[in-house]
Design a protein. Sequence first.
Length: 200
Amino acid sequence: MSEPLERVARQVDRLCWTGILLGLAFTMTNVQQFAAAGAPAWSLVWCAAWLLDPMVSLVLLAILRAEQVTARHGVRMGGWVRAAKWFTLAATYVMNTWSAFAVGSAASVVLHSVPPLVVFVAAEAVTELRDKLGAVVTAAPSAPTAPAPRTSFADYLAAAQAARTPEVTVTPAWVREVTGCSRGLSSRLAAALTKDGSRS
C-alpha cells in the first residue's frame, strides 16, 4: 500500500514545482519590462534587466527547496529565512504588477497578479503537502506478508537425519539445535531417530 502513496507524493511534489517554475517564468517578461523602463532593445540596460527576475527567483527557489528538506526532518527555519522568502515573493509580485496598476487596468492587474499569487500559494503549500503526504506514507499499514509454509514432521526428520553423524548422541536438545523445531516435537523426532538408528 505504501508504494502507490509514495508515487502520489512524488507526483504532487513534481506538479507543484512545475507550477511554481511556470509561474516564475511567466513573470520574467513583466519584471524585465519593469526593470528596463523603456530602454531600447538589446541595449545594456535592456539586457541587464533580464537578470533581475532570475536573481530573485533563484533565491526564492533555494529557500523553498531548503524549507522542504528541513521540514521533512522536523527542523524549522529561522526568522531571516522566512523574511527572505516573503521579501522575494513580495518583490516578484510588485515588479510584475507595477505597470498594470500604473495604467489602472483592472484586467491587467488580475492577469499579472495570478501567476505571482499562484507561486506564493504553492510556495506555502508545497512544504506542508510533502510533509503531510510523507506522514501518510509512514502511517500506512504495510502489505501483509504471506504466511510461511508449515514444516512437516517428515521435513524436520529429514533435516535431523542429514545433520546426524556417527559420533552424535541424539537428544531432544540436539534435535532442536539442528532443526529449530519446538520442544514438544523434538522429543518425538529424537525417538524416531533413535529407533531408526537401532534398526540400522
